[in-house]
Design a binder for this molecule. Structure first.
Ligand code: PLP
Length: 394
């Protein structure tokens, strides 16, 4: 059985790439829940510890199940290396601490997940890493924010929750012309619908918690990129600092990758139908979904994405009261901030995902009190529409 063929499509990569070695001929991948690995001799232990011989040492940094997930995800993203982490936030932290130092500067889009904003503003800032904030879609603003100290540009595209679209190729060119790197959080689309590395980005970040799992069970994350800065630098950070993925979670994500291509298609089909329906409702002021022709990023999204994903948001006529009333009146949708689940979720970004971000930063990012986000699941879309219809008129 070949480990990996670069001509395989996404469905085959997700199912077959880098299958873990079979212990007893099992067809489904085994889990290796062990802290450490044994050696035949002291000399063998010394060689494996020193990286001079292949083998597993200790599950903080080498585990067969975790490694199978890392290799498969790297193959799907088109990266040379992948490091799996305990959560999506641990992936972002690991990338930054492995590649940045005191005095370095980051430029980040104002349209980032709330915890990511806080990580840059409240954690990395304490170590002398300065972040400058710019609009995701304003290339001039990125250009103007560059200084000789800029080392990293950081974006999510499409963004959470407004589905704004960044021009990955243009940002990569800008970063490289100034000796900086570009990191793209690819959580919303996954490699099935977008491969940032192929557009010039240097790093891809994942919250595996979302679509890679696909059923809302486990926390995990990943950094994908080149053999040096991810395969060596981020890996060394993980080995020393320990924000590692558990073998059980890696197994869940590995199985999740097997159905990822099918699921992303289905999430996107449902989201598109729901977005079109929402656009026609009189109570809805505006719908944000990069698949809609009315979305300012639609043309760019069509160019750099293979689909539009499962997350949309919309503004209701009114304010927080109307938004909360709608959310509370839904019966089928789950009121929770997670996304990428089979179950459709509904949330009020201003008081949940972006609740710890300052009101000023929220306003800058365009996240109003009347905004509602839906992460469309895999139920029949007619049932989602029926639920939202009764909730809108409740
Ligand atoms: C776009 C994005 N990036 C990163 C994260 C953080 O991931 P995790 O919750 O796995 O730490 C999230 C979580 O919601 C997210 O939506």
């Amino acid at each position: 059985m070949a480990d990996f063929d670069p001509d395989w499509g996404f469905a085959t990569l997700g199912v077959r790439a880098f299958e873990p070695a079979r212990g007893v001929g099992e067809h489904s991948a085994a889990i290796h829940p062990t802290s450490s690995f044994v050696f035949g001799s002291a000399a063998e232990a010394a060689a494996v510890f020193a990286g001079e011989a292949p083998g597993y040492v200790y599950s903080r940094f080498t585990n067969p199940t975790v490694q199978a997930f890392e290799r498969r995800l790297a193959a799907m993203e088109g990266g040379e290396a992948c490091v799996a982490t305990a959560s999506g936030m641990a992936a972002i932290l690991s990338l930054c601490l492995a590649t940045l130092k005191t005095g370095d500067e980051v430029i980040a889009s104002t349209s980032l997940f709330g915890a990511t904003v806080n990580l840059f503003n409240n954690v990395l800032s304490r170590f002398g890493i300065v972040t400058r904030w710019v609009s995701l879609t304003d290339l001039d603003a990125w250009r103007q924010a560059l200084t000789p100290k800029t080392r990293l540009l950081f974006v999510e595209t499409p963004s959470n929750p407004l589905s704004e679209v960044a021009d990955i190729a243009a940002l990569a060119e800008l970063a490289h012309a100034h000796g900086a790197k570009l990191a793209v959080d690819n959580c919303f689309l996954t490699p099935v619908l977008q491969q940032p590395l192929k557009l010039g980005a240097d790093y891809v970040i994942h919250s595996a918690t979302k679509y890679l799992d696909g059923q809302g069970r486990c926390l995990g994350g990943a950094v994908v990129g080149d053999a040096q800065s991810v395969g060596k630098d981020v890996f060394s950070f993980l080995r020393t600092a320990g924000p590692s993925m558990s073998p059980f979670n890696a197994w869940v994500f590995l199985k999740g990758l097997e159905t990822l291509a099918l699921r992303m298609q289905a999430h996107g089909d449902n989201a598109m139908q729901l977005a079109r329906w929402l656009e026609q409702q009189p109570q809805v002021q505006r719908v944000y979904y990069s698949g809609l022709e009315s979305h300012p990023g639609h043309a760019l999204a069509k160019r750099q994405q293979r689909g539009f994903g499962g997350v949309l948001s919309f503004e209701l006529r009114g304010g927080r009261e109307q938004a909360w009333k709608l959310i509370d009146a839904t019966r089928l949708l789950s009121i929770t901030a997670n996304l990428g689940d089979t179950r459709t979720t509904i949330t009020h970004p201003a008081t949940t995902t972006h609740g710890r971000v300052s009101a000023e930063a929220r306003a800058k990012a365009g996240i109003g009190e009347n905004l509602v986000r839906i992460a469309v699941g895999l139920e029949d879309v007619k049932d989602l529409i029926a639920d939202l219809r009764q909730a809108l008129t409740a």
